[in-house]
Design a protein around this ligand. Structure first.
Ligand code: SAH
Ligand code: MG
Length: 199
C-alpha cells in the first residue's frame, strides 16, 4: 500500500515539477535515521509529504513535524499522509518556518526549504535540537551550481547559489558544530554538535 502511494507521489512530483528528494539521498537519509535510532524529526519544507512519509516509515515509533508555507502543497501532503494512515505520526504546520516558534526538541532537523535561507533556518532551529542530535541539509550541491557560482548568468540564481555557498562556509567554519558533506543525490550535509560523538 505504501509503495503505491510513494510511486504516485513520485509521478505527481515529476509532472508538477515538485522538487522532492532524490531517491538515492532519500534512501541514505532513511538508513541514517535507522542507524542512529532517530525517533523525532523536524522537517522544514514538506512539499507534498514525500520525505516526511519516507522518514516516518523507517520505524513505527518515529514522529515527524513538518513545516510548509505553500497551501496547495500542504493540502496535497495532508491527502498523502492520510492515504498512508500516518496522521498520528506526521504533524504538518502551514506557515513560513521563519515566522513561528517551536518549543520541542528533536533528534533530527531536516532542512529542505528555500535554499537562500538555510543559515536562517539553522540559526532559528538549532536550539530545537537535542544535544546529540543531527541537522541534515539537502541540495547542498544544488545541481552542481555551487561549485560554479561564477558561471551562472541569471542574477537571482547566482544570488541564491552564493547564499548556499555562504551556508556551506558557515558550516565548515563553525566553532560549535562539525559537518560532514556527502555527494549523494543533490548533496547532503550532516551537522552535529562538537564533542558529543566519540571520534
Ligand atoms: N522535503 C520535501 C521537498 C521540499 S521542496 C521532499 O523531499 O519531499 C521545498 C519546499 O519548501 C517547498 O514546498 C516550499 O514551498 C517550501 N518552503 C520554502 N521556503 C519555506 C519557508 N520559509 N517555510 C516553509 N516552507 C518553505
Ligand atoms: Mg531537497
Amino acid at each position: 500500500m505504501y509503495n503505491d502511494v510513494i510511486k504516485e507521489m513520485e509521478k505527481y512530483a515529476e509532472e508538477k515539477n515538485v522538487p522532492i528528494m532524490q531517491k538515492k539521498s532519500m534512501n541514505f537519509l532513511c538508513k541514517f535515521i535507522e542507524k542512529n535510532n532517530i525517533k523525532s524529526v523536524l522537517e522544514i519544507g514538506t512539499a507534498i509529504g514525500y520525505s516526511a512519509i519516507n522518514m516516518a516509515l523507517v520505524n513505527d515509533d518515529i514522529s515527524v513535524v513538518s513545516i510548509e508555507r505553500d497551501q496547495e502543497k500542504y493540502i496535497e501532503a495532508i491527502k498523502n499522509i492520510k492515504k498512508c494512515n500516518l496522521e498520528k505520526r506526521i504533524t504538518l504546520i502551514l506557515s513560513d518556518a521563519l515566522n513561528i516558534e517551536l518549543n520541542n526538541k528533536y533528534d533530527l532537523i531536516f532542512i529542505d526549504a528555500a535554499k537562500g535561507q538555510y543559515t536562517n533556518f539553522f540559526n532559528k532551529y538549532k536550539d530545537n535540537l537535542v544535544d546529540d542530535g543531527f541537522i541534515v541539509s539537502d541540495n547542498i550541491d544544488f545541481h552542481g551550481y555551487v561549485e560554479n557560482v561564477d558561471k551562472i548568468e541569471n542574477r537571482n540564481l547566482r544570488q541564491l547559489v552564493s547564499k548556499l555557498r555562504k551556508y556551506i562556509d558557515f558550516l565548515k567554519d563553525n566553532e560549535e558544530y562539525n559537518t560532514k558533506f556527502y555527494k549523494v543525490g543533490d548533496g547532503l550535509a550532516i551537522t552535529y554538535k562538537k564533542g558529543v560523538l566519540n571520534e
